[in-house]
Design a protein around this ligand. Structure first.
Ligand code: PLP
Length: 403
């Protein structure tokens, strides 16, 4: 057996590491620089000006929706989505146990109770059966999350929601450009929410957006996030029951995202090409599986490249930590355990006022503490040579630890 680099053997990446193969991120486009200078010189930096007006229908169309509303981040978008649907104190909102804090913060901010349910062991997304089992007379909405490399099972989730008269808000913070069964993510339910923070697949440094096909919801979300003003009915006042926020976006951010939407097809094609190569080359490597999406033909924007360790196949005493350390010694040094904990174990709940309900979630617990191995999406924009070396490092380490 080959000597692992961690035991003094020769590293697969030689004197380099996988990070040396990453392209610059975010990808700079010369035409964006020109737009930013144009905006700077014009003095029209915000208040839904030229580029935000161009971006609103453009991004909506890209996700298969009619309308989009832009905000300062992808947490406020979830909050405004729930508010626009009339959700509030006493209501329950069902969320999956693998997601970022924001998915549970949104219901908390508006006085509703997040109900945390288990996920599917292969996709890591909300388990539709666990969702249905958690429904009570107080349940008003569900927030499925398209997580890391996978899309949630939207046909099943929307069918259950319809049967029980619940709203669906899709958290698409990881899934820009994704489609399932020909429908853009964000457009399967009533509202979709996106984040454009620095680590996301499309980014303006910060930013968020809601998409919807419903004109009335569009108007409500816009008013809620723009201190009551309306894009649809300029000059009119919101009804007196609507306490509105000021969560506006800027035109600099809008111009940056507008150009990223234009370049999305080539960037997304490259990510998918590398994912296909990884899938092919990883076959037969022991102790390891790629995270699956809900359907074979899901078209995916991939936020984290995600593999799932199979703890039962690892030699005695070998954990995720040993695997990541040995891979890092080979030069494959961008892998980590995702968020490290399921949602119900996150710091949000250190605050006793933050009330939540958690179901018995053995799958998410095992996935987050023992199995998930993720790499940032830049690695899917690297060369074929990089992919081949990464797979070679995985083959070497996993053969030693699980073969
Ligand atoms: C990043 C993220 C958000 C929120 O995004 P911000 O723009 O950082 O507020 C929401 N949900 C998920 C799943 C995320 O990963």
């Amino acid at each position: 057996m080959e000597k692992l680099a961690i035991d003094g053997g020769k590293p697969v990446f030689g004197t380099k590491t996988i990070r040396d193969y990453f392209p610059s991120w975010p990808i700079p486009y010369p035409e964006t620089k020109e737009k930013l200078i144009e905006i700077y010189d014009s003095g029209k930096w915000g208040m839904c000006d030229k580029y935000e007006k161009m971006l609103m229908p453009e991004f909506a169309k890209y996700q298969g929706a009619k309308y989009s509303v832009w905000m300062c981040n992808g947490t406020t978008t979830l909050e405004c989505a729930l508010l626009a649907l009339g959700i509030g104190p006493g209501d329950e909102v069902i969320v999956p146990d693998i997601t970022w804090l924001a998915t549970a913060e949104a219901p908390l901010y508006i006085g509703a109770t997040p109900v945390i349910v288990d996920v599917d062991p292969e996709t890591m997304c909300m388990d539709p059966a666990a969702f249905e089992a958690a429904i009570t007379p107080r349940t008003k909405a569900v927030i499925p999350v398209h997580i890391y490399s996978a899309l949630a099972d939207m046909p099943k989730i929307t069918a259950i929601a319809k049967k029980h008269n619940l709203f669906v808000v899709e958290d698409c913070a990881h899934a820009h450009g994704s489609r399932q069964k020909g429908i853009g993510v964000g457009s399967h339910g009533q509202i979709g929410s996106f984040s454009f923070q620095l680590s996301k697949l499309m980014t303006a440094g910060e930013g968020g957006c809601c998409v919807t096909n419903d004109e009335e919801l569009f108007d409500k979300i816009f008013r809620l996030s723009h201190i009551g003003s309306s894009q649809l009915h300029p000059g009119t006042k919101p009804d007196s029951s609507l306490l509105c926020h000021q969560y506006r976006f800027t035109d600099f951010q809008a111009a940056i995202i507008y150009d990223q939407v234009q370049h999305a097809p080539e960037v997304f094609a490259k990510r998918n090409e590398n994912l296909a190569l990884f899938s092919k080359l990883l076959k037969g490597i022991p102790g390891l599986k790629l995270q699956k999406s809900s359907y074979e033909d899901d078209e995916r924007g991939i936020y984290f490249f995600t593999m799932l360790l199979q703890p039962e196949e690892l030699h005695d005493g070998i954990t995720r930590l040993e695997v990541t350390k040995a891979l890092a010694a080979e030069g494959f040094n961008n892998l980590f355990g995702g968020w490290g904990a399921p949602l119900h174990k996150m710091t949000l709940w250190n605050v006793p006022e933050n009330k939540y309900i958690v179901k018995d979630n053995p799958v998410s617990e095992k996935l987050m503490t023992k199995q998930v191995l993720v790499g940032c999406h830049q690695m899917l924009l690297g060369s074929t040579e990089m992919v081949e070396m990464a797979v070679e490092a995985l083959r070497k380490v996993m053969t030693a630890y699980a073969g």
